[in-house]
Design a protein around this ligand. Structure first.
Ligand code: GUN
Length: 293
């Protein structure tokens, strides 16, 4: 059976380090890290994620600000809010929760966030820095940064000689994940919905990262024996065994079967999920440090 990679425990140690860093920054400079989280509309899952982000920011000793805007918010109103946060010296990190309601154009909103405050790492400046191999001076997207930390727990810092396959090519996850694996010397394949014989591609992976958004799509026979499997999916599926109308969270990997083949695997929940929030806090304290000089 595979080693279960405990994302909750890894996240807790990041949070501890972040809280200590926030405390010493404030003591030394008077600067308290500030995180503004912006959410537009009424999607219940997004509201749940955002409130856990705000709560964790408070727990880390940050100035935690949440802006909940109504569904009918206009592009201009949203971008005016972002401009105000860019100019606010008490705010060091800005996160606009995605997806935005359909009538809003996401890209100009993301690109209007100051690169120095872009704790999601989505601004072209931050995305470009990772693409050019600069992992030090920008801000790295939280979920791939957290997933990399888990990979490195198993394989160490240097992934030379290892084949990594990332399924999914989003700006938020797949692309930066591929680039981080590459920066650590893995041989990287970026697979996606148009990839031919995805199962065969996955079977070549020493490190298999699934971010497709489809419940349990990655089957046990896609997994190379002994591989490290990182499951980034969070899918809510019916769970009639728990009672009528009940649901449960599952990943993009068929965990029960794949964990008999893999060498190490992240569970859902309790794998990559907690790492995303922890790395968001880490990015905020980094941004605050840089702002404090
Ligand atoms: N929606 C789901 N995950 C994320 C994330 O990491 N950042 C933002 N901004 N929105 C998300």
């Amino acid at each position: 059976m595979a080693v279960v990679i405990d994302g909750k425990q890894a996240a807790a140690s990041v949070i501890l380090a972040v809280s200590e860093a926030a405390g010493s920054l404030e003591k030394a400079t008077g600067v308290k890290p500030g995180l503004a989280v912006v959410i537009v509309g009424n999607d219940p899952a997004s509201h749940a994620y955002v409130s856990s982000k705000s709560k964790m920011a408070k727990q880390c000793g940050f100035n935690s600000v949440q802006h909940s805007l109504p569904e009918e918010t206009t592009q201009e109103e949203l971008q005016t809010l972002v401009s105000g946060l860019n100019a606010d010296p008490s705010i060091h990190g800005i996160l606009v929760q995605l997806p935005l309601p359909r009538h809003l154009d996401t890209e100009p909103v993301i690109q209007s966030i100051s690169p120095e405050k872009d704790v999601d790492g989505l601004n072209v400046v931050n995305a470009g820095k990772i693409a050019t191999g600069d992992l030090d001076t920008g801000l790295i997207s939280c979920t791939p940064a957290g997933a990399m930390l888990l990979v490195k727990r198993i394989h160490g810092e240097d992934l030379s000689g290892l084949n990594a396959v990332v399924i999914g090519r989003s700006n938020l996850f797949g692309k930066p994940m591929g680039l981080l694996l590459l920066a650590a010397n893995a041989t990287v394949t970026m697979a996606h919905s148009r990839t031919k014989d995805l199962a065969a591609v996955c079977r070549g992976a020493d490190i298999l990262v699934a971010a497709v958004g489809r419940a349990q799509m990655v089957k046990a026979d896609w997994v190379k024996p002994g591989a490290t499997v990182i499951d980034v999916g969070i899918n809510r599926v019916p769970a009639p065994d728990k009672g009528e109308g009940k649901t449960r969270l599952v990943g993009d990997v068929d965990y029960a079967d794949a964990s008999a083949i893999a060498g190490a695997i992240t569970p859902v929940p309790g794998g990559v999920g907690p790492m995303t929030i922890a790395m968001l806090m880490a990015n905020t304290v980094i941004a605050a440090h840089r702002a404090a000089g």
